[in-house]
Every structure is written in structure tokens, then in C-alpha cells.
Design a protein around this ligand. Structure first.
Ligand SMILES: [Zn+2]
Length: 302
């Protein structure tokens, strides 16, 4: 699959004149949000994967390649989540620095699994050490901030003091957010939940919840009848009668399961980047509220 991906890469045409500003890119909106805040006014930051699309099945376009060919810094999730981005940077002989955030956090991808046609080892990862969705734990997000500041400073040493200052300010607001989520979800501690895809391991670990299973266990694959039975039983035993859907995934399977089993649906969003959850902090507040409400619905009625 790697060969196909590289052979199918869009061309690296460079367009545009130097603007005197720095250019940065991140694969997904929450990373862009963190990067944009730490980078400040001197940078233009672009998000590669549009908000409504799952990065797990994303196909880069020629304009993505053209843009990556002329950025100074690329921030990737890493950990098998967005391998196409590093390949594009290499194929375009871009001089961009690449920050692999999951790698920095020590979240190694699992050994690759041939049955996954998209090559996302992540899809089969259920332990926290392999789940690349680190940004869904604010505690992991703050660990990445100093590395963002350091990487920005390597590109632009003159701006170092500003990067360090903004990183510290953002850390303070994210830690405040973390405390707020902790307080809101404390009454839900110990509750299990079913997600749209296995993205919430770090979030669950941080707030004392359990991700029992996912409706889409691998990108583009619907659950088998046996898996559906497991999900319903898990949700009931776990104490939550809510299935959590995500904007990047089809709700067809979740809707069918919920109506068959008498479960409710609630929307959470691991990517954001849309009005109301544009910034990282707004997105996490949205998820806090959705989990607080959704996990309050106990299985078995009453
Ligand atoms: Zn994901």
C-alpha cells in the first residue's frame, strides 16, 4: 500500500512568491489550532485534512502537495495516523521541518496489519500506548507544546522568546480546561462507552472512563453481527445507553444499532475545525458537554 501511495502522489508544483512570512501546516484542525496559537502573528498555518473527513481515509490532492512543497514546518500526528504527509514532504524534497508528535510522545504504531487496506495500523490499536489520538487528552496536549515552541524556534530563532511565552500561556489555559473537564466528568467516573471509532483511549484514561468498543473498528469497515451484539452488551454493562457518533463517520450503523437496541445517540468530535468548535479548547469543551450528557443516560432505563 505504501508503494501505491507514493506512486499516486500528486506533483509538487511550487506556486506563489515568498511573502516574508513563515508557513506552517498540520494534518488536522486540533493540531493547527495548537500550532497557530504558539506560532503567533508571523505565521500562516494551514490544515490539510478538511474537518468533515476522516484523516484515516484521506487522499491528498495536488494542491495539498503544492502547499507542502513550500511550507517551513509540518506538524503531523504520527503513530501511523497520517503517514501520507511525511511521504509527500519527502517526495516533494520539501525543506520543511517535520514534527511527529506521537513519536515525540512515545506512542509507537503497532506492527502493520495487512488486512487494513488503508495501511492504518492505528485502526487495530486499542491500548493507549498505540492510540495516536493523543490530543484528546489535554494532559498529553500540554506535553507537546514545549516541543512545538522548540521546533518553531529552530525555523525562526529570532522568534524563540515569543514561541516559549505563547506556549506557556496556552499550557495554562489547557490545564484549566483539563480541570474543568475533570470536574464535569467526575460523576461519570467508571462509565463505559461505545465510540464511532477507536479514538478516545487517552481521553477515557485521563477522566476515568472506558472505551468499550467502536462502531467502526477499522476505517471503512462495518461491525459484524457478533461485534454489534458485543457493543450493545458492553454499553449496557458499562452503564451508558448512548452510542457516540462523530461527524467524520457515517451514522448509518450507529443509528440502526441504536434503534434496534433502544440506545441513544450523541455527537462527539475528535477533529473540530468548524464553527462552535474551531479551536482546540472549544472542541474539547464541546466533547466535555456531550460526554457529560450522554454518559448520564444509564442503560436499562429508569
Ligand atoms: Zn481517528
Amino acid at each position: 500500500m505504501t508503494l501505491i501511495l507514493v506512486a499516486g502522489l500528486p506533483s509538487c508544483t511550487r506556486k506563489g512568491e515568498p511573502s516574508g512570512r513563515f508557513r506552517g501546516a498540520a494534518s488536522i484542525a486540533p493540531l493547527s489550532s495548537l500550532l497557530r496559537t504558539v506560532a503567533g502573528e508571523g505565521w500562516d498555518i494551514h490544515t490539510i485534512v478538511p474537518p468533515g473527513i476522516s484523516a484515516h481515509v484521506f487522499e491528498p490532492t495536488p494542491s495539498d502537495a503544492a502547499r507542502l512543497a513550500r511550507v517551513d514546518l509540518v506538524v503531523t500526528v504520527g503513530g501511523g495516523y497520517d503517514p501520507w504527509i511525511t511521504k509527500m514532504v519527502e517526495a516533494c524534497a520539501s525543506k520543511a521541518r517535520v514534527l511527529d508528535t506521537a513519536g515525540f510522545l512515545g506512542l509507537a504504531p503497532e506492527e502493520s496489519h495487512d488486512e487494513d487496506e488503508h495501511g492504518h495500523a492505528h485502526a487495530h490499536s486499542h491500548s493507549a500506548g498505540h492510540d495516536p489520538h493523543w490530543w484528546l487528552s489535554p494532559r498529553l496536549a500540554v506535553e507537546v507544546l514545549p516541543e512545538l515552541a522548540a521546533t518553531l524556534s529552530r525555523v525562526d530563532p529570532a522568534g524563540a522568546a515569543g514561541y516559549v511565552r505563547r506556549s506557556a500561556e496556552l499550557e495554562a489555559s489547557i490545564l484549566e480546561l483539563d480541570g474543568e473537564i475533570e470536574r464535569h466528568l467526575a460523576p461519570r467516573k467508571g462509565t463505559g462507552f461505545v465510540s464511532a471509532h477507536p479514538a478516545w483511549t487517552h481521553f477515557a484514561l485521563r477522566y476515568g472512563l472506558t472505551q468499550i468498543g467502536s462502531i467502526e473498528p477499522a476505517p471503512g469497515r462495518d461491525p459484524s453481527p457478533w461485534e454489534i451484539r458485543q457493543l450493545i452488551d458492553g454499553a449496557r454493562k458499562g452503564g451508558s445507553s448512548t452510542l457516540f457518533t462523530e461527524p467524520q463517520f457515517s451514522t448509518a450503523a450507529a443509528t440502526a444499532i441504536a434503534s434496534d437496541a433502544g440506545l441513544s445517540l450523541a455527537l462527539v468530535d475528535p477533529i473540530g475545525g468548524v464553527p462552535g468548535r474551531m479551536s482546540y479548547v472549544e472542541m474539547m469543551r464541546f466533547n466535555m458537554a456531550a460526554f457529560e450528557k450522554g454518559l448520564a443516560r444509564k442503560a436499562g432505563g429508569s
